[in-house]
Design a protein around this ligand. Sequence first.
Ligand SMILES: [Zn+2]
Length: 322
Amino acid sequence: MISRSFSTALERLAQYNAYLEKLGGRLSHELRTPVTVVRSSLENLKMAALPEEARWATLLSACSTDGDLACVLRALEARGGSPADLEAAEAAGVLEMGGDRVLITHPLLRAVVVELAGGRERRAAHRLLGEALGDEEGGERWAWHRAQGAIGPDEPAATALAAFAARAADRGAAAAAAAGFDRAAGFLADHDVDLRVFVLLGAPYVAPEESVEWTVRTAEYAARRGATAIALIPVRGGNGELERLESLGHFAPPSLAQLEAALDGCLGLAPVAVAADLWDLDRLPACAECRPRRIERLRRLNVTGGPEPRVVCPACGALSAA
Ligand SMILES: [Zn+2]
């Protein structure tokens, strides 16, 4: 299975790396070395032809979002594995154990491992992890793994997750996140390090008609905290989770018109450099007639900082209607 999809994975890794390089020089510099490490780990994965149980140990570790070693081990043992399988995977360089944690050696490698497994094995891994959390039945991690392991909606899991989201909002999770951002921004300013910020457009649980406003307000917040460069990034589906949230009505893919409105709304933040992330923009819903011209306009605005009138289109009959 691994060798079959291996070249695809390397190809995707290269594309992803190219994408990250476009995001910013500093970021790509930091990532260039790790990607080489991931590449060699993937080679090891292929060369060593990991035994089935070591491969499962890797997949379970990758699917365990928090790297809880005890939970991964229980899940592994439930299908007849043992700590030796984790050690075999560690020896192959794909994961590391320390204290009560087990971590895949790099986030990109983790994404590749999860993707290579395919839907059936991935769901099985999540079900095993959910069952391994039996003592937390009804808890947040339990509900999440159970939802990931289900085919179609899992009502108990969905209900539990919605309750957690509501409780988190009540507890002022947003205020806590803002405080965390302030601390990080203050730390960077104290150490004379530039602050670059990525702001999402179309985050799940934000009503589509409010998403542009929230994106602009978030960018304004970052600018007030000293950000020198801000990239607006439309949230993209494709990982399964957003598709699940979309089916539940918690996520709507952002449109090209929303990205334009968000960027236009941020141009007043100059001299802070605000740019729209243009990667894979052809996937955003938009009128086919004027899409190329509108993307070109965004490309210019990214360089010039605008302002510039919207594209007028006879086909969709409006100024960049969605
Ligand atoms: Zn049009």
